[in-house]
Ligand binder design. Structure first.
Ligand code: ZN
Length: 259
């Protein structure tokens, strides 16, 4: 029987027949794949604990005629801080859903695997460092910044520096967001597209910072909630454009922001 091994991250899981689970997993070797895990809902299943979302796990996959199946697992990284924080879990459910929307299946992509693992590591580290004063806004900014990197890795880099239409550098003034073109439009080109909406120059600065290769998370701390909401809405709108579908976990995550 043909098999392969890979480091993997569980993005999504749902119930299969009887004790089985169907998993959408991002693997280092094959990219995003759907796999079946047989019998994992049985009490005492050795694999069950390893196949939860938000962990890096080493899996053995057995090729099947109809569907490939997970034949064995070994835990690589568990992220205990992250998994014991309900807000962070809500955030990563959202993050994983975004990844599932942005990334297509069955294409190996080491860069994507690194971005996923780094996102978990970054949030784990953030929680470790800020045990008493961790807040969900900071964590969302970290995750959104990685979502922007994920878009870039797929050739869908949003542009926050120049106008989509005239290509001129944006000035420090009220500019506009084009969800359709994943970018920004200057006031002079505003009439070229309907359904643009305005974006403050501060929110644009934050988006540029988040779009950079190295994320200065510290600089984003204590961001004004109004600016934060602008940034969050824009990145979420871009995910909708790319994925062409609603993000179901968006409202679940919002519960933790309105507290
Ligand atoms: Zn323009």
């Amino acid at each position: 029987m043909a098999t392969y091994r890979s480091e993997a991250i569980v993005l999504k899981r749902r119930d299969g027949r009887e004790y089985d689970r169907l998993l959408t997993i991002f693997t280092k070797e094959k990219g995003k794949v759907d796999l079946i895990a047989k019998g994992v809902k049985r009490i005492g299943s050795k694999m069950a604990g390893h196949l939860e979302p938000f962990g890096v796990v080493d899996i053995m996959v057995a090729r099947g005629k109809i569907q490939d199946r997970i034949a064995g697992t070994k835990l690589v990284e568990n992220f205990p801080y992250l998994k014991s924080n309900i807000e962070s879990i809500a955030l990563l459910v959202y993050f994983n859903e975004a990844v599932d929307r942005i990334i297509h299946g069955n294409q190996p992509d080491l860069k994507v695997f690194q971005i996923l693992a780094e996102t978990y590591y970054s949030i784990e580290q953030y929680l470790k460092r800020n045990s008493s004063n961790a807040n969900i806004q900071d964590q969302i900014l970290i995750a959104l910044s990685y979502i922007l990197k994920l878009c870039s890795s797929q050739g869908l880099a949003p542009s926050f520096n120049t106008c989509f239409y005239c290509k001129k550098n944006l000035k420090e003034e009220k500019n506009f967001i084009s969800e359709r073109h994943l970018g920004t439009v200057c006031p002079l080109c505003r009439s070229k597209e309907e359904s643009l909406y305005s974006v403050s120059s501060t929110a644009l600065k934050v988006l540029r910072l988040m779009n950079q290769k190295t994320l200065a998370t510290i600089k984003l701390k204590n961001l004004n909630p109004r600016i934060f909401n602008e940034v969050r809405r824009i990145v979420n709108a871009f995910i909708l454009t790319i994925g062409e579908r609603e993000m179901y976990s968006y409202s679940f995550l919002s519960v933790f922001l309105s507290k």
